[in-house]
Write a protein that binds this ligand. Sequence first.
Ligand code: IMP
Length: 439
Amino acid sequence: MVSFKNKKKNFIIIGAQWGDEGKAKMVDVLSEQVDLIARYQGGSNAGHTVVTQNKKIVFHQIPSGILRKNKICIIGNGVVLDLIELMTEIEYLENCGVDVFNQLIISDRTHILLPYHRLLDQARENQKGGSKIGTTNRGIGPAYMDKMGRTGIRMIDLFEPSYFRKKLYSVVKEKNFLLRKYFQKSPIDVEKTIHDHLRITKKIKLMVRNMPYFLEKKLSMGKNLLAEGAQGTLLDIDFGTYPYVTSSNASVGGACTGLGIGPKWFNDVYGVTKAYTTRVGEGPFPTEMGAPLDAILREKGAEFGATTGRPRRCGWLDLVALKYACYVNGFSGLLLTKIDVLSSFEYVDVCVAYQYQGNLITEMPSSLTVLSQCRPVYRRFEGWSSDITKITSALELPTQIKKYIQFIEKAVQVPIIWVSVGQDRKQIFKNTASIFLKI
Ligand code: IMP
């Protein structure tokens, strides 16, 4: 069982790879022990899947902690919020019996992702052809461009309808020009956009708060917080494999800037990594397996995008990349997920360095040209054939897995605190076989 022994802790959970590491399950399990669960970046590009009582629920913008009664879930200012998608998600959850209206809080500084962001994202990707990023087409890049370009529209603006109207008209002038003249696409209907957004604002207005004050008050009262990152460190706008990244800070710094609280409040940062690697979209991926192994792994691990349904690219675990993610985020511990998917492979490879133009390198290169020419140097581990999905303690793990896990810990010098062996909430346990005795 995963527990903090009732310690009042505030912590951050971050993807240590290219997203889809299984963060949602970890957030779901740990949210039982906190009062507040917050999303601090990204938007409806995220797809967080939780399986409970054989029911699969996919979250895009609302933190999955909403499934726990009486927990407060927060959408921070670092998120770009698609209100139309949000309403669909709220209605779905309300129909499942979740009291979203009483549990969800939204920062009034959150930028709104508008219909033209989505259209521009799709149009730009189509135009790029072979050099496309492979985005989720949800409008994320264009929405963050407007935020940084100071032409964004925030939640608070929707409470001032005449200001919102004026601002939208002035912004849309440029967007529609681009859509029509540059991309040869249909322009957006401004009046419909205003109408739809003001209607939704009325429905959600009681959820909206001036977040730094809300959080300071709650944290000072001793309430504890789990900040959940979306995507992963290698998709971070600053530290990822730029430009094949998302447009926000998915790594640790995003938690403070995306919520409006200082680092003093956080006790720990946990990274989530799969026992292998996947990536959706374009960009270099040194440990990508290729056929036929990738197809086997994809099938066994159900590696298809939760948002787009795209098949994920699959590869072996990359310790160069994982160690880099440990440095960027300062992880206090790691959660290893989906190790059960590797069962029945004859062997398991793990990348310990890259070979680049005849040299061995162990640092993640900043240059994409270099990274795309890096070849993985593998250490091979003996496979295991037993089904481990029913295991409830690390002591029951086959010796080959213990060796594999301990090798990872030693390489990255961060304890693997939890091991997950299946999709269900119950298929997770503490790693009492860690080489770090005090976990
Ligand atoms: P965007 O975030 O839609 O702009 O997409 C940029 C890159 O991030 C693309 O490679 C996407 O496939 C990837 N991406 C965005 N969200 C996720 C996610 O939740 N999981 C995995 N990859 C993601």
